[in-house]
Structures are given as structure tokens and as C-alpha cells.
Design a protein around this ligand. Sequence first.
Ligand code: HAM
Length: 435
Amino acid sequence: MKIPPVKGTRDFYPPDMAVRNFIIDGWKRVSLRNGFQEYDGPIFEYLKMFQIKSGEEIAEQLFSLKDRGGRDLAIRPEITPTLARMVNQQINSLPKPIKWFSVPRLFRAERPQRGRLREFFQWNIDIIGVDDVLADAETIFCAIDYLQEVGLTPDDVVVKISSRKMLAAYLKSIGIAENRLEALYVVLDKRNKVKPKAFEEMLNKQIPDSEMADKIQTFMDLDTLSAVEQMSGQDKKVDECINELLELNRLLNEMGVGDYCKFDPSIVRGLAYYTGIVYEIYDKANELRAIGGGGRYNDLLKQFGGPAIPATGFGIGDCILGILLKEKGLLKPKTPELDYFVAVVDIPLTFDNKKVEDVAIQLTAKLRRSGLSANFSYKSAGLSKQLKEASDQNAKKCIIIGEEFKNNELVVKDMATGKQDLVNVDEFLQQPRSF
Ligand code: HAM
């Protein structure tokens, strides 16, 4: 009986693994050069962790289980609640600001579709303890720093930025009560994800007053901050948020990444915990779902039983990003290379009662122990087959052990040029890197 992989999961064969590592190594490299330190948490947590403040969408997509003691657990769909829990746990001893990154494997029981799976990897960058728009700018810079490094230009990707605080101020200014906002965000977040008709129906259910609903739609269609200012009738709270967004824009320009960014008030974010600046990263052609998203969440640590500490950060998944990089020809996974392949000549040979194959095994082991990558053939095949094996494994050099070994010599063949040198075995083993 053949058992298929579970729906929404991926098998990573070596070439897929090389792609995964290409993406993740880049995330880690960029995090470190931006001054972030790596952390991780457990794969499962108490179920309630993800019910407190992640929002109804994530709560519906949880893989949950009961442990043997009857405790309700869930496999993590995101790492932000874990981060909040971990920081709260050591809040007094951690030096601030906290700049941490992580690359967790996450699980969401979504309907699998292109770029949306049930198991994926997500790059997380978070700054905790800074209530300054500079921290939001730094996280956005970090995301763009990566996108730019892999070769995505402002013609390929866009960071759409808005402010949930500004949206809240506007919604309140047109008469929507505070306690209705959270449910409304869930609907508004769907605007770019479902067909316009379906969105209208969802919105009308939440906001039966059609004039109010129209105002919301018009607001979300605006594309400049001055248009927002005009439409909100210079509401003081909205103006404060506009100034914050202007400052963010200034900082991003100072950092040289302003051309990747665009103001877009239709960005709301699906998760419940965001409180300020929010953003999502999309392919410029707008054919794929979000590459990533994040924003400020100043209340989450408090909601997890800690002190009120401001925080901001983002998550970028590996699926949509992988699709886009492939489409643009920017996936450059490393091909594994071998320093040495140790081959033996076809004829049976012995040296001091030692079979030539054993000499090859011994030499390979010595090379490996000196820190070089080396391999040998399991089959006693002819030399040409072994050389083929060597080139299949991308060997840079091949060592051939033959008759010359009697005179304590071996052949070193450069696989790229085909050039062969006869080398003294002791000299070779003393400095195998120099041949
Ligand atoms: P999120 O918007 O739920 O945010 O996810 C961020 C990104 O993770 C998405 O844009 C997408 O690339 C990827 N992603 C999410 N779900 C899936 C899926 N089912 N399959 C493939 N990729 C997926 C968060 O998770 C926040 N915790 C991010 C954050 C960190 N905010 C502040 N700090």
C-alpha cells in the first residue's frame, strides 16, 4: 500500500531542500546583518495561546490536539504569540530593545491552493520595546533589504503601507463604535482577497447602512495621504496617524528603499492584534497572494499577562516568495560540491597486502577528517564509471589510485580542466587543500 503525503504538505527531495535553504539562508543572513538575534519556541503550545488575540481566521485554521493529560494544545500557526510569551517570561532581564528573528515551521489548516499550504516556513522579524516609527521603518527596511538582495526590484514587488490606528480613527469619526471594529477589520481585510461582489455582501452584513458602507469603500480606495486628510475632514486622530505615516515615509526614503513602498489604506491585516502601522508585501503584477505582512502590535504582550510593551514586526512565508523568485528566474540554489572524489584503477591491485579499495577508503576518511568533503564509489566499477560518478557529484578534483601508489604517488585530476598531476602521497596528505 502506497501512502501519499498529507494534503497541503511538501516533501523536500534534495533539489527542493537546496531551494528551501537558498531562501532561508538569505533570511538568516539579512536578519543578522540588520542586528537581529535568532530565537525559536516549541512547535506546540496551549490552544488558548492562539485564541487570545490572533483572530478568528487563525483560530479556525488551528491543528489542535489533546495531550494524554487531557490538556488542549495546538500546533503553532504563527510564532508571534510564542514570542510575546517568551519575552514576558524574561522581561526584566532582557536588554532592550529586543531585536529578534526566527524561521519557524508553521501549520494552518487552510484550503491548500497556489502559495497557501498547511505547512510552511515563515521569516519573522520583530522589535520589542520601541514605540517609535523608526522601529517600524527598520523592520520594513529589513524585509526590503532581503527582497533587494535576491534581485527583486520595485518593478517586481511593492510594500503596501497603512495604519490600523488611522482606519480606526476614521471609522469612529463616521460613527462606528469601538466594540465593532475588530469584527469589521476581519471583513475589510478580505477586500483584496475575494471578488468585489462577495466583499460588498460581507460588508453590508456588518454595516447595513449603505452610506456608511460606501464611505468605507471610498476611504479604502484613496491613494494619497492628502486625500485621506481631505476625506476625514482633518479629524485630529486621523491627522496624528497621517503624520506618523509621513514620518515613516521620510525614514524609508532616508534608508534608500522608499521606491519599494506605497501608501494603501486598504491594508488592514487579518490578525486581531495590530494597533498601528500595518503593511503587506505583494508582487507588483498583483497576481499572487501576499508575500508577507506585519505591523505594530503594542498591546499583545500586555494581553499575554506582561507589562505594556510596544512591539512591531512582520512575517514572510516561503511559498509565495518561492513562486515569485522562480517566475523571475531568481532562484539560485547552491549545487552541492565535492572537494575530492577518490577513484581506483580498474585492475586489482594490492599494496603491502592492502587492497586498492581499502586504500581509497582510508584516504577518503583522512580527507574528511581534515575538513574536506570527499567521497568514493561503493561499486567496484571501471575507472570511467567512477569518473562519471565524480562528475555527477560535482567533484572539483578526483584522486586516482593506481600502480603509482607503489612509489608512494597518486594522480590528482582537475575535473574542470582535465589536467592530471602526479603527486607524492605524504605531501598530498600534509596539505590536501593546496592541490
Ligand atoms: P500572516 O499575515 O498571517 O502574519 O502571515 C505572514 C505571511 O506568512 C503571509 O503573507 C504568507 O506569506 C505566509 N503564510 C501565511 N499563511 C500561509 C499558508 N497557509 N501557506 C503559506 N504561507 C502562508 C503572521 O503570521 C504574523 N504573525 C506576522 C508578524 C510577525 N506580525 C508581527 N510579527
